[in-house]
Write a protein that binds this ligand. Structure first.
Ligand SMILES: [Zn+2]
Length: 411
């Protein structure tokens, strides 16, 4: 689920769902990053855990909030009643529309909130760790293997794991024979791209923004085309890249500092407590900000960036009526998983073929983009989501682009 879908689903659970006796709110207020649970709910959870799993599964715990600017006045997001288990209200949370397709978002989210809340008041699981060291006859080689065995599941009762291979049946000082040798070389992998969810987690750790603003922050950077989200992975667009470069040059110590929001929130707290004068705060902020702003306006006039570097991007989709939508990089069909900005083509002849260009525009309704063939004589155009979109919409747009090429492409 994307952050905004999760938020609106949470809103539905908060506002109320008919579970047999009229509408009832199933979770507490969701725009919070508080981890505090009320005494009443701690008591309810304790009773529930002891009754359902046994006394040894309960452990009352309180958590510290990760982010510095948490709104402590709120309670953590939790089910309004722990006794409403996900299974007991499942049928009310899975909706089927008139086309027969089911939507289980409410159920999945409620299930997650319920399990996390209950698990937070359960005991840790316990593992037994065994290490087996095998030595070759000449003592030249030693092989070490570790085994973890779950001896008590604790909170993992709610999140059952797949069974892993158990420990081999060996006793101390036993001689074992050698069956086969498996040689494998491992390479370090680059860290995965951010997804919307992992980016929000990082923002939370850094104290940037707060739960009520995460979804709108992501929507803004997407709408302004600073990032593309393709198959859940985030790609920085050239305009986003230029923006970060420029801002870092001049605002590295102010708004581009990860600590900026945290400091701002602290100052706002000081103001609301009466320990800092609002006018003083605004004056200091502005006196630091104004010189940079003036300088920046001057620089933009003297050394403007070329808009076509950011607003016209040659894509990796080749325009052709006979073989529509070939990826210039791979020489194969352009597919849903293909990233927006590719490397050079495998086959140099593919470099010369006309390609679709992504064109960014701004109008009074905001930022937009579309695809058009780079050959002005050719009339092929398409929705930008064919190149930088995701999911079913992207698939449909790629299909439409293929058809448009078959009909209109002059190459
Ligand atoms: Zn064309």
């Amino acid at each position: 689920m994307s952050p905004s879908v999760t938020m609106s689903t949470a809103q539905q659970l908060f506002q109320g769902i008919n579970i047999g006796n009229g509408e009832e709110g199933l979770i507490t207020y969701m725009r919070t990053d508080s981890t505090a649970l009320s005494q009443d709910s701690l008591y309810e959870i304790r009773n529930f855990v002891k009754k359902s799993y046994g006394d040894n599964y309960h452990s009352e715990r309180k958590f510290k909030t990760i982010s510095a600017n948490a709104q402590e006045a709120h309670e953590a997001i939790r089910p309004t009643s722990i006794r409403r288990t996900p299974e007991s209200i499942k049928k009310y949370l899975i909706k089927t529309d008139k086309n027969g397709s089911t939507n289980d978002r409410q159920f999945r989210l409620y299930d997650l909130i319920w399990k996390r809340t209950v698990a937070s008041q359960m005991t840790e699981s316990q593992n037994k760790k065994t290490t087996i060291i095998t030595t070759s006859y000449d003592e030249k080689y030693k092989f070490k293997s570790d085994y973890d065995e779950l001896v008590f599941d604790g909170f993992k009762k709610l999140f059952p794991e797949k069974k892993v291979d158990g420990m081999p049946d060996v006793v101390q000082n036993e001689e074992i024979s050698f069956d086969f040798f498996n040689k494998e070389q491992k390479f370090t992998q680059h860290p995965p791209r951010y997804s919307e969810a992992s980016l929000i987690r990082t923002m939370e750790e850094l104290g940037v923004g707060r739960p009520s603003t995460y979804a709108s922050i992501l929507n803004t950077v997407k709408e302004k085309k600073y990032i593309w989200v393709i198959n859940r992975s985030i790609y920085l667009s050239p305009i986003g890249n230029a923006l970060v470069e420029e801002l870092n040059k001049h605002f590295a110590k102010s708004v581009m500092d990860y600590k900026f929001t945290e400091k701002m929130e602290n100052d706002l707290d000081l103001i609301s407590n009466g320990d800092l004068k609002r006018s003083e705060f605004v004056k200091t902020f502005w006196s630091n900000f104004e010189p940079i702003k003036n300088n920046y306006e001057k620089m933009a006039e003297e050394n403007p960036r070329n808009p076509s570097d950011y607003n016209f991007i040659r894509t990796n989709i080749i325009c052709s009526s006979r073989t529509p939508c070939i990826n210039s990089e791979t020489g194969k069909d352009f597919e849903e998983n293909d990233p927006p900005l590719g490397k050079k083509s495998l086959n140099p002849s593919l470099e010369k073929l006309p390609r679709m260009v992504w064109i960014r525009f701004r109008n009074n309704r905001g930022d937009g983009g579309f695809l058009a063939c780079e050959d002005r004589e050719c009339k092929v155009t398409a929705d930008e989501s064919a190149w930088a979109g995701f999911g079913r919409r992207r698939n449909r747009s790629i299909e439409a682009l293929k058809n448009s090429m078959k009909e209109k492409s002059i190459h």
